[in-house]
Design a protein around this ligand. Structure first.
Ligand SMILES: *Cc1c(COP(=O)(O)O)cnc(C)c1O
Length: 372
């Protein structure tokens, strides 16, 4: 089926963007007039707004989520040869960031119900060797941060949250992206807080990390033409910052909308025994970045839905430990059985701010039809 036959897309960003278009254009127009392009005052304004949103003291805007992770890890003191615990079920960027700074990703399986990192299975590791761990709030559902912070304390390692999927999620009333010493997020367009191009950020309560991350995003330099370390050019673009600030004001509303739609899916599909949903842990909230279901006949269901113009996506068909890029780490099929089962069974249904309840019902009806 060609794209123009898609009736219900996986996501439709225009539904939230079009009503705000005037405001977006006004912002861009004023930046064009002033020429305030690189680390302009809109960057500082957005950083302060996003820090507030994240319950942290500081936010440092950078070029994308992968860079945010790299800079967060390096700012937290992770360096060449250090071991960093990462969940097996995540987008590859979590592992790439660790590898790219010369550290070693140490995979950890995930919980079969929450799909988040399961530190209880790491007892075989020599955990004292870990320098850091990167919990990922997968699909928008906050990890049990008490368990993670206790584990990190015992292992004497630092926590760097990958909050790319969970902007606005809470654990015990506290925002994800505020627990680690330095935390990373992505404003890739499809994320809950999405730019109109690449963008990302680090959040932290530490003044030291603030300086370090500001330096790393700007050639390792805090003072022009003085370079204290090997940095990057990864600054949050002023235009993206201005657009993000407009969108940030709406995000809580959009996350609420996502929650209502997700609840509707769960209700509609509750009678289908073959479907398993992600469990949101006690004391956690989810912002439903992704509405995932686990099923046995995934390919057939995906085709069935597509034949009715309903677009679905798989997050993620091949996990980092089975990608050729990470073959050197020596993992094989069977290394992380729970994560691998999720990869085989997971299917992401359409869910986005601006989606209608009728659309959720239509997708649900087609899913129900498939199982009948
Ligand atoms: C999107 C994402 C990233 C990477 O963000 P980019 O801005 O695309 O580089 C990292 N980790 C997770 C879990 C993500 O979903």
């Amino acid at each position: 089926m060609s794209d123009n036959k898609i009736k219900i897309p996986f996501a439709d960003l225009s539904r939230t963007h079009v009503p705000l278009k005037e405001e977006f254009l006004k912002e861009l127009s004023s930046i064009i007039d002033t020429g305030d392009f690189i680390l302009g005052h809109k960057v500082a304004e957005f950083e302060s707004a996003y820090a507030h949103f994240s319950n942290t003291k500081h936010c440092i805007g950078v070029g994308n989520g992968l860079d945010a992770l790299k800079i967060a890890l390096r700012s937290a003191g992770v360096t060449k040869g250090d071991k960093v615990l990462v969940p097996a079920h995540t987008f590859s960027a979590t592992w790439l960031a660790v590898a790219d700074i010369g550290a070693v990703p140490v995979g950890c399986d995930v919980d079969k119900d929450t799909f988040n990192i399961d530190v209880s299975v790491t007892n075989l590791l020599r955990i004292k060797e870990l320098k850091a761990m990167v919990p990922v709030h997968i699909y928008g559902s906050a990890c049990n941060m008490d368990t993670i912070m206790d584990f990190a304390q015992n292992a004497n390692c630092v926590v760097v949250e990958d909050n790319a999927q969970a902007q606005g999620a809470l654990y015990k009333q506290k925002a994800t992206g505020s627990f680690g010493i330095a935390n990373a997020t992505s404003f890739y367009p499809g994320k809950n807080v999405g730019a109109m191009g690449d963008a990302g950020a680090i959040t932290t309560n530490s003044d030291e990390i603030l300086d370090k991350a500001r330096s790393l995003r700007n050639y390792g330099s805090l003072k022009k033409y003085e370079h204290n370390e090997l940095g990057y050019n990864s600054r949050l673009d002023t235009m993206q910052a201005a657009l993000l600030q407009v969108k940030l004001k709406q995000v809580e509303l959009w996350n609420e909308e996502r929650n209502k739609l997700a609840a509707r899916y769960r209700q509609n599909l509750s009678a289908i025994e073959q479907i398993k949903f992600q469990r949101v842990p006690d004391n956690s909230t989810s912002v439903y970045h992704i509405m995932a279901i686990l099923i046995n006949q995934r390919q057939a269901l995906q085709q069935h839905l597509f034949s009715y113009g309903i677009q679905t996506i798989i997050h993620y068909p091949t996990q980092p430990h089975l990608q050729s890029a990470f073959a050197y780490l020596g993992y094989t099929k069977g290394s992380f059985p729970v994560a691998e089962l999720i990869a085989e069974q997971t299917l992401s249904l359409p869910l986005f701010a601006g989606m209608t309840e009728d659309e959720v019902d239509e997708v649900s009806d087609r899913v129900i039809q498939f199982f009948r």
